[in-house]
Every structure is written in C-alpha cells, then in structure tokens.
Design a protein around this ligand. Sequence first.
Ligand code: F3S
Length: 248
Amino acid sequence: MSYKGKFRVWRGDSEGGELKDYEVEVNEGEVVLDVIHRLQATQTPDMAVRWNCKAGKCGSCSAEINGMPKLMCMCRMNTFAEDEVVTVTPMRTFPVIRDLVTDVSFNYQKAREVPAFKPPADLKPGEYRMQQVDVERSQEFRKCIECFLCQDTCHVIRDHEENKESFSGPRFLMRVAELDMHPLDAADRQHAAQEQHGLGFCNITKCCTEVCPEHIKITDNALIPMKERVVDRKYDPLVWLGNKIRRR
Ligand code: F3S
C-alpha cells in the first residue's frame, strides 16, 4: 500500500530559505527519514540531511516535524493522515548550515565546560569500588544519545539567544546531576551547576523530558533533584555559618 504524501520541507542556508512543497511516494511501514531519503534520491539530490544509524541510537537525524522536535528515523508515517501535509524543518535553536542540517557545536562547547569525573585523591585507578545500588539512579542518564532535541526545545535558549552563554541546557545539566550522584565523584558539582551551568534558568517546564526519544525523565530525575540539593546547601545554616566565618 503506497500513496503520494504531501511534504513541506525547509530549503535554504545561513543566508535564508523557505518552505517548499513536494509530493513523495510513501510506503507501508516507513518513517519520515525514509521519505526524506526518497525525496533526495528522486527530486532534490542537493538537499542536505544528517543521519547515520536509522535506528534511533545515533542522535543524528534530529529535526522538527510539524513543529515538534523529533528524530526523523523514529517518526512513523502512519501517525499522519494520508492527506496531511507533513512539515519538516531544521532544529530552530541552532544555526542552519543547509536545509535540514544545523550547526550543533554549541552543545560540544557546553560539553567541554563540564569538568570530567574526579575520583577522590587517595584512590588509584583500579581501586574504584561501588555498589550497583549507588549507581542505579544515574544509569538512566547514560541512555542519552545526544540528539540535542532537549536542547532544541528548551525555551531558555530556543527563544533567548542571549542565554546561550550562561545556560548549558538540559542535556548538560543532566550530565552535571549524573556526576553529582556518582558515589566516587569528588568535585563540587552543586555550586558549579548554579553558577557556571545556569541551573537557575530552568523553570521546570519539562519540555525537555517530553521530547526525549530515550524517555529519560530529565526534569523529574535529574534537574529537580539537582535544584533541591543546591537549595539545601545554600540555605543550610551550618554551611551559611561556615562561609561567613571563612569570609572574615
Ligand atoms: Fe528547559 Fe527542561 Fe528546564 S525544557 S526550562 S531545562 S525543565
């Protein structure tokens, strides 16, 4: 069973562009990426699209489908009516390189700003020991495929370019939370989360959680617990007293 699907795809580059209409064959069982590939193969050989595994694991084919940040390879065509126009646009939060491909280097910059795992000074490699129960919470965050859909959807940077310098975004705040939950990490993640990575900008809208293709509970399991620990520490009377004495 195949039909002619109606597609509207953004074509252009960093100078500007527009939505263009196409009719493309759609077959049973296909996903949006299949149709984009057919469009490229039959009508628009110069159309730029980034993809790799086509199995929802490489995080490369992120785009916006009818305005929703999604992986093109995980978005089934049978979720649309046959006469529905499917609009495919590049991620809005990052600069366009060409067509559906954006420059996501902002995310690599933010990744570099998170200091690596820091084991206690008296432990040597090979001496690290921890219990499964102690790492269970943070293991969920290791499922991240770095598709950056959470970064794309978060309004703190989607609508405010000026916040990009001070806000690392949900993916990297989750990384900070993961390290903070690590039983052997000795770095001060809580102060850094607030002061260097902009945790305070997050107002818990949960849009990041909604678009995560790995169904990681970014807000409930990483960001909110991190906020609670930061606040606990900030308003802990003993910490406050210690800081005051040290400042004298
Ligand atoms: Fe943004 Fe997620 Fe917070 S979308 S505002 S980081 S809950």
